[in-house]
Design a protein. Sequence first.
Length: 297
Amino acid sequence: MAEGFEVHDEVSALASFLERHPRALVLTGAGLSTASGIPDYRDRDGVRRGRQPIQGPEFRRSQAVQRRYWARSMIGWPVLAQARPNAGHEALAAIEAAGRLGSLLTQNVDGLHQRAGSHAVLELHGNIHSVLCLQCGFRVPRAFVQTQLQDLNPHVAKAAAQPLPDGDAQVEPEFLDEFTLPVCSHCGGTLMPDVVFFGDNVPAARTACALAQMEAADALLVVGSSLMVYSGFRFCRLADEAGKPIAALNLGRTRADHLVTLKIEASAERLLPQVAARLGAHHQPVPIGLIDERGVS
């Protein structure tokens, strides 16, 4: 909690920010999904935990790297598949439905915003629940690939491993020696999750859409992101250069602390529902029939 703030002051301050800026762009990060049981990348100082992530160029040129990724994902992805939106996701969906924000840009790949009922969502880094063939471009649900992985690698399915961010898991090297890669059911090509790996760029069309959202916004609200990755931090720089106010709700420091006009250190799943209530926004559950493996059909 930010020094000098009581809970009701924080709620009032953020609600007032959104009331003054009804076209605010909301940028969310991994810290929003931790209450849904999904580990995040960084500590409160923004320092990355654990080993360096797989790089996109390495994945595409090396079957050894692909085996490492898919073996770890086979164990870790079910954590994402079983995750459900928390009160923070639901509050943002309610605030959107009440017409109290402009659009929502997320760095997360878990699809939880859609599951909570948000509609104006742009997934900056893609969606982990979709898989792309690098040869023919065919897309399949990640759930389908999971059945392939389990059929091909029953010895890995029994492994116990610590879940890591974005459907990753810590898998012992001996499981990789005999690991069989899944292939495209359409052409037999190489499969890759439809997400932006480290070392890769956000697709140009998606970047253009995100920049247009920032241009149309009258403010920026950051939720659950340290902004250490430039693809997120750039929006704070753009907002600052345009003279648009920036608010940040995050447990710990952010790369943009020197740019924000309002900084609140609190849990999003605790504070956002109170902000939504203050704004008269109430969450409407998404009917079960509208939910598919990617979020909302």
